[in-house]
Design a protein around this ligand. Structure first.
Ligand code: PLP
Length: 427
């Protein structure tokens, strides 16, 4: 009998050692570090260090700048007083949201558009980021997913984390079906050539600001019905739509209740980015399927997930959100949005007068400018020569190259000043 081969024991893990080791979800290692906003911050702070005398104007990150509407503040205060008294104190509320808010949403956001959404179909949450990110948990591992490019990065990254993609190669994750949004298609994604099961859509769009009309949305709903697919429709910016003929909700489209989930947020509508309140609509007709083709009630599944992992939005925040639907709240929200939209119109005018083509800014707070040049270089030029911060389009996906996003979220004075500074550079 030969001598047993000796292994260098230091390099080989015993079964016991291997078994006790905490293993990582290696899908997280595929994620591309999100350098976009930290890179922007670094460049801005370097510029500011060298030019302390220049007041930088930020039209980059999509965060609101105006305070909460007074109706919301008042309701917030009252609700906090209720929490301070034993007779009106509230502990855990319903995970799906209080009935008063769900009823106000159904009556205030859907009924005026002649859309019937039952309060039980509404799930109140602390943000559309969490909801759009979490919803993919309900689907199988090997579904085919269509995602626009450029895009709000949460849709892609949460599917990467869940292991539904291959590695990142040549600017894209393998395994995803990207839907290019380019000047050639007016930034509206075409139906995919290959069959897909899950479709992410966002209108008015972040980052492009493009909106979809009824015919365009009908095509997607018809596709989803025909292919037993599901649309995740992000309507976080619906409040910025001016034209009454443009759908404010996917449920204005025939058949959408069978195949679409809608995400909404109070963040941009009413300045709730720091207050946190949003909601998701899952109609009772929506179905997904087992591998044997048996239908599953999507509403029941999301309800189960939501109640297991979420304990509800705080009572004062829900009262503040409810106040948006009061007559005073409605007027104040309108004023708030009109102010941002006046900024957007101003930005559009300056950009187009300088000879650039752009989309957005008409029904959205974002203006997507086609610069035709490297987007980081254009960003640097506006920062260095005008002290104005924008967002380079490539940060939202490879089809964003050659574009910059300008946000209308700032005061009128700052936008005027920024436009005065960039006009000579663009021209
Ligand atoms: N969806 C889109 C398209 C967004 O741009 C944003 C925020 O910028 C969100 C969702 C997140 O909204 P919330 O503040 O409700 O998490």
């Amino acid at each position: 009998m030969g001598k047993p081969v000796e292994h260098p024991t230091a390099l080989i893990l015993t079964w016991k050692e291997y078994n006790v080791m905490i293993l990582a979800n290696e899908n997280f290692l595929k994620l591309q570090a999100s350098y976009l906003f930290s890179d922007i911050a670094k460049r801005v702070s370097a510029f500011q260090k060298n030019h302390p005398d220049i007041a930088v104007i930020k039209l980059g990150i999509g965060d609101v700048t105006s305070p909460l509407p007074p109706a919301c503040v008042e309701a917030f205060h009252t609700a906090i007083d209720e929490m301070a008294s034993a007779s009106t104190f509230r502990g855990y509320g319903p995970e799906q949201g209080y009935e008063f808010l769900r009823e106000a949403i159904a009556a205030g956001d859907y009924a005026p558009r002649k859309v019937t959404i039952a309060p039980e179909e509404i799930f109140v949450s602390d943000g559309a980021k969490c909801d759009t990110g979490n919803f993919q948990e309900l689907f199988a591992q090997d579904i085919r997913i269509a995602i626009p490019d450029p895009v709000y990065p949460v849709y892609v990254d949460t599917n990467v984390m869940a292991g539904r993609t291959g590695p990142f190669e040549d600017g894209a994750f393998t395994g995803l079906v990207y839907l290019p949004c380019t000047p050639e298609n007016q930034y509206l994604p075409a139906l995919p050539d290959e069959e897909v099961d899950l479709i992410y859509l966002c209108f008015p769009n972040n980052p492009t600001g493009a909106v979809a009309d009824r015919a365009c949305l009908q095509e997607w709903v018809d596709y989803a019905r025909e292919h037993k697919a599901l649309i995740l429709f992000d309507a976080a910016y619906e409040a910025f739509i001016r034209d009454p003929d443009i759908p404010r909700t996917i449920y204005e489209i025939e058949g959408a209740r069978e195949v679409a989930v809608e995400f909404r947020s109070f963040s941009k509508t009413a300045g709730f980015t720091g207050t946190r309140c949003a909601y998701t609509v899952v109609p009772k007709e929506c179905q997904i399927y087992t591998s044997h083709g048996e239908p599953i009630d999507l509403h029941a599944l999301w309800n189960r997930r939501h109640c297991t992992k979420f304990n509800g939005v705080s009572y004062p925040v829900q009262r503040a959100a409810e106040a948006i639907y009061s007559p005073g709240g409605q007027q104040q929200v309108k004023t708030l949005i009109n102010a941002y939209m006046e900024n957007a119109a101003r930005i559009r005018t300056v950009v187009t007068e300088a000879g650039y083509t752009c989309v957005g800014g008409e029904h959205s707070p974002y203006i997507w400018v086609h610069t035709g040049t490297d987007s980081w270089s254009f960003f640097d030029r506006l920062l260095k020569e005008a002290g104005v911060v924008t967002t380079p389009g490539v940060g939202f996906g490879s089809c964003g190259e050659g574009h910059i996003r300008i946000s209308a979220f700032n005061s009128r004075e700052n936008v005027e000043c920024a436009m005065d500074r960039i006009r000579p550079i663009l021209g």
